[in-house]
Design a protein. Structure first.
Length: 95
């Protein structure tokens, strides 16, 4: 298993559009990526900071996620909402 924690800073005032885009992406991931076992956006106490938690069955599944058409299309639109580069942590599970 591979876990991913992505911390995303969103421009103030663009939270609703960002959340809509991420909901759309999550629907596509859940419908089309059986090796993604968890994919959920979370709010934090800071209205412009979100945490995306993801889990994949293996590194190949994470790589496949990044190559999907839905990730390329929807993920490519994140720039209009973000207030900086995401902080991404990739974490191997302890099994």
């Amino acid at each position: 298993m591979i876990g991913v924690i992505a911390t995303l800073k969103v421009q103030d005032g663009k939270q609703a559009g960002f959340e809509d885009l991420m909901r759309e992406l999550a629907v596509q991931v859940r419908a089309n990526e059986p090796d993604c076992t968890f994919y959920q956006l979370h709010k934090t106490d800071d209205a412009t900071t979100y945490i995306m938690l993801e889990q994949y069955s293996n590194e190949a599944a994470l790589g496949a996620h990044r190559r999907t058409a839905h990730f390329k299309e929807l993920g490519g639109r994140l720039g209009e909402f973000l207030g900086g580069a995401p902080d991404i942590q990739i974490l191997p599970a302890v099994e």
